[in-house]
Design a protein around this ligand. Structure first.
Ligand SMILES: Cc1cc2nc3c(=O)[nH]c(=O)nc-3n(C[C@H](O)[C@H](O)[C@H](O)COP(=O)(O)OP(=O)(O)OC[C@H]3O[C@@H](n4cnc5c(N)ncnc54)[C@H](O)[C@@H]3O)c2cc1C
Length: 383
């Protein structure tokens, strides 16, 4: 090793080709799952690669336990359906997902009281209480199970425990990826490679232009042994006392949304979308490690605090901290089109719309890199 440099050179080595398919999807979160399912339904042979031991990404592994606001309030209709709805229906059939029905949407006082602590409300609204909308609270393991079932039903070749590490590019076209695994490095080849890592790992490795992004990080956790009814009663019947205690709890947490605890389909179990931590980079090992250590300190302090003071939480205990760290933003693709705040506010419709989320639309061009001669996940030349 060069004594003055911080870099070492690795010798070139041969890598075993472990698998080949028409389409290789990297990342088994909501985006990767949908990409793999859609490709398989269209007749492609598909490989789905995932670094962890489960599917669902941040939704299951990150324990983001509300599929948020899928209601277009302007049209009073559900705006997100497809695979997402299939998963919700399957989880609901197992009694492991709940959601408000159409007659409960809006500002109906009874349904605000009933659904508020499930987190199935319109977060963007400035009204108090927030209107109830179509959103689903679910169990993380149910999502992992349903995702696995759907992938297996379509014959998708699943490779878990496979960490993507490098994109294989030949003559400006992506040919496959390299993964690090327990049996060493493996090459997975495909005619199309889809980056669904959430961090743009594959596209960045292929040289696609992108910018850096940063937003709060969260170590989500669940508490068991909670009497949610007693806690809700306290909130309803003694609002001032509740508000004062809530203020103190948020200090202990260090960073939280308005609702620091929400109900889950499991009796006595709540999930906590907190504590938040700012100024950390989701691509740096040092920052990710800090988030885990700092987050757990806040969580343990919170458990001690609420056990002693918060009605309904006297016997609570920590069940788990999400196995996936809650990173909201890292690399952002410089797409051929970049969605603007105005597009969202004006609900702009595009000729090439491929997705909806609450009341906005997304064009296909946001997925295509700028200044690129090759659209790497389609293998077709773009203008
Ligand atoms: C703390 C937090 C709270 C949130 N709250 C909500 C909420 O309440 N409701 C809501 O609807 N949304 C919420 N979101 C947003 C939501 O989680 C994301 O929009 C969604 O998960 C994005 O899906 P995705 O598939 O693009 O990425 P991800 O869910 O991040 O999935 C990416 C997948 O790729 C895998 N992967 C990454 N890198 C590699 C690699 N190198 N090799 C192999 N595999 C890799 C990951 O393990 C993961 O499975 C929240 C996000 C966070 C962090």
């Amino acid at each position: 090793m060069d004594k003055v440099s911080n870099w070492i050179q690795q010798p070139a080595r041969d890598v075993r080709i472990a698998a080949k398919a028409d389409v290789v999807v990297v990342g088994g979160g909501p985006a990767g799952l949908s990409a793999a399912l859609a490709a398989a339904r269209n007749g492609a042979e598909v490989i789905l690669l995932e670094r962890y031991n489960h599917l669902g990404g941040l939704a299951s592994g990150g324990m983001v336990l509300v599929l948020d606001d899928m209601w277009d309030n302007h049209q009073n209709e559900i705006s997100v359906r497809g695979n997402c709805m299939t998963m919700i229906e399957r989880m609901a059939a197992m009694k492991l997902a709940v959601f408000p029905r159409q007659n409960e949407w809006g500002n109906v006082p009874d349904s605000c009281r009933r659904w508020g602590r499930w987190g199935t409300f319109d977060f963007h609204s400035h009204e108090t209480p927030h209107p109830i909308c179509f959103a689903a609270a679910f169990d993380p393991d149910a999502m992992k199970r349903v995702a696995l079932d759907m992938v297996q039903e379509l014959g998708i070749k699943l490779r878990l425990h496979s960490w993507f590490s490098q994109t294989l590019v030949e003559d400006g076209k992506v040919k496959g990826v390299i993964c690090d695994t327990k049996s060493g490095r493996e090459a997975i080849l495909g005619d199309m490679v889809i980056d669904a890592t959430g961090d743009l790992d594959v596209a960045a490795s292929a040289g696609a232009p992108h910018t850096g992004g940063n937003y709060i990080m969260t170590t989500v956790f669940r508490l068991g042994g909670v009497d949610a009814e007693a806690a809700e009663r306290f909130e309803r019947e003694e609002p001032q006392k509740y508000a004062e205690l809530d203020r103190q709890i948020k200090k202990v947490l260090g960073g939280s949304w308005g609702y620091w605890w929400l109900k889950t389909p499991l009796p006595g179990v709540v999930w906590c979308n907190c504590p938040h931590m700012a100024g950390l980079d989701g691509l740096r090992v040092e920052d990710l490690t800090r988030a885990e250590i700092q987050g757990r300190k806040h969580i343990h302090a919170l458990v001690d605090f609420v056990r002693g003071r918060m009605p309904g939480f006297e016997n609570c205990y920590l069940i788990d901290v999400a196995p996936q760290t809650g990173v909201r933003q890292t690399r952002l693709l410089e797409g051929e089109y970049i969605l603007t705040k105005e597009d969202l506010a004006q609900r702009t419709r595009f000729d090439d719309s491929i997705a909806r989320g609450r009341d906005y639309y997304m064009p296909y061009r946001v997925l295509l890199p700028q200044r690129s001669t090759t659209c790497w996940w389609q293998g077709v030349t773009t203008p």
